[in-house]
Design a protein around this ligand. Structure first.
Ligand SMILES: [Zn+2]
Length: 288
C-alpha cells in the first residue's frame, strides 16, 4: 500500500461470530464505518450506555496473555489480530461493536477480518491522514529481548523469534508493509501454542476457547493440526502480525523500521511507552 494522504474507513458494516480463545465465550463482532478523525473505537453492546474505548496504547490495561484495553472499568480483550487487520488493510476509522468482553479468535490469524474488509471495500475520506515518523533510532533491551525503531521511508518490520523446540528454532522475517504484502504474507499466519502448555492453561481455566481450529498446536517435534503449517515459518509471521497490532495502538500509520527479537505484547507495549516519551525520536506529519 502506498503512503496514504487521506483517512479511510469501511464501505459497509461487517459481522463475525466466534469463540474467545481465553474466555471460551462466544461473541458477535460488528465493524462499522466511522467518520473522519474517529479512529478505531471499541463499544460493548452488552453494556448499554458505556462509552467507546479508543484503541490506543494509553488505554492498554493488560498484556499478559493478550492485549486488553479498558476505560472506566469496561474492558475489551484480545484486540491484537483485528487491530493488525485494520493497520495492514489501511483502515483509520471504524466503530467496533462487541457483545462480550473478549474478541472472537476466529482461526487464530487475521485473515478472516482482512478478507471481509477486502470484500466489503474501503473508502477514502476527505480528512488528511497523519503519519507517525521515526526520526532518530531508539532501542531497548532486557536480557535477550530487544525492540528498536529506526528511520525508514516505508513501514518495515523485522521480527526474530527463538524457541528451543526444533521445528521452530530461530526464525527471522522482514516485511515492507508499504507494499501489499500484509494480506497474502502475514494475515493468514495463526497464533501457536505447545500441547503441554495448552493442557496446563486449561487446568488453570485459561485458553478455554483454544483448539486446533483456533491455533497451531505443537507437540514435541510435530504440528498436530490437520494440513500442517500455512507457511514453513508461520510462527515468526504470526509474531510479526502481533507486532503490527501492538504498534497500531500508536493511533496512526508509521513510517520507520521496527525490529524485534524475542519480544511479545508486554515488551512491545513497554517499548511504545518509552518511545512515546522520547520526543526527539519521532514526529507526526499531516499532509496538506
Ligand atoms: Zn497473536
Amino acid at each position: 500500500m502506498p503512503i496514504r494522504t487521506r483517512q479511510q474507513t469501511l464501505r459497509a458494516p461487517i459481522s463475525c461470530y466466534g469463540i474467545g480463545v481465553h474466555s471460551g465465550k462466544n461473541a458477535t463482532l460488528t465493524l462499522k464505518p466511522a467518520p473522519e478523525n474517529h479512529g478505531i473505537r471499541f463499544f460493548r453492546t452488552d453494556l448499554p450506555g458505556t462509552q467507546g474505548i479508543p484503541a490506543l496504547f494509553s488505554r492498554v490495561v493488560d498484556t499478559s496473555l493478550a492485549t486488553v484495553i479498558g476505560e472506566n472499568g469496561v474492558i475489551v480483550s484480545t484486540i491484537e489480530h483485528l487491530m493488525a487487520a485494520f493497520a495492514g488493510m489501511g483502515i483509520d476509522n471504524a466503530r467496533v461493536e462487541l457483545d462480550n468482553y473478549e474478541m472472537p479468535i476466529m482461526d487464530g490469524s487475521a485473515i478472516v477480518f482482512a478478507d471481509k474488509i477486502r470484500e466489503t471495500g474501503i473508502i477514502a475520506q476527505s480528512a488528511p491522514c497523519s503519519h507517525f515518523i521515526v526520526t532518530h533510532p531508539i532501542e531497548i533491551a532486557d536480557g535477550d529481548k530487544f525492540v528498536g525503531a529506526y528511520p525508514d521511508n516505508s513501514f518495515r518490520i523485522t521480527c526474530t523469534i527463538e524457541f528451543p523446540n526444533p521445528i521452530i528454532g530461530r526464525q527471522t522475517i522482514s516485511i515492507d508493509l508499504g507494499g501489499d504484502h500484509f494480506f497474502s504474507e502475514i494475515a493468514p499466519a495463526r497464533t501457536f501454542g505447545f500441547l503441554h502448555e495448552v493442557e496446563m492453561m486449561k487446568q488453570l481455566g485459561l485458553g478455554r476457547g483454544g483448539s486446533l481450529e483456533t491455533a497451531v498446536v505443537v507437540s514435541g517435534e510435530e504440528v498436530i493440526n490437520e494440513g500442517g503449517l500455512r507457511f514453513p515459518d508461520e510462527f515468526v509471521r504470526h509474531k510479526l502480525l502481533d507486532c503490527i497490532g501492538d504498534f497500531s495502538l500508536i493511533g496512526m500509520p508509521i513510517r520507520g523500521h521496527i525490529k524485534t527479537v524475542k519480544s511479545g505484547h508486554l515488551f512491545n507495549h513497554h517499548f511504545i511507552t518509552e518511545f512515546f516519551k522520547n520526543r526527539s525520536c519521532w514526529e507526526t506529519v499531516t499532509p496538506t
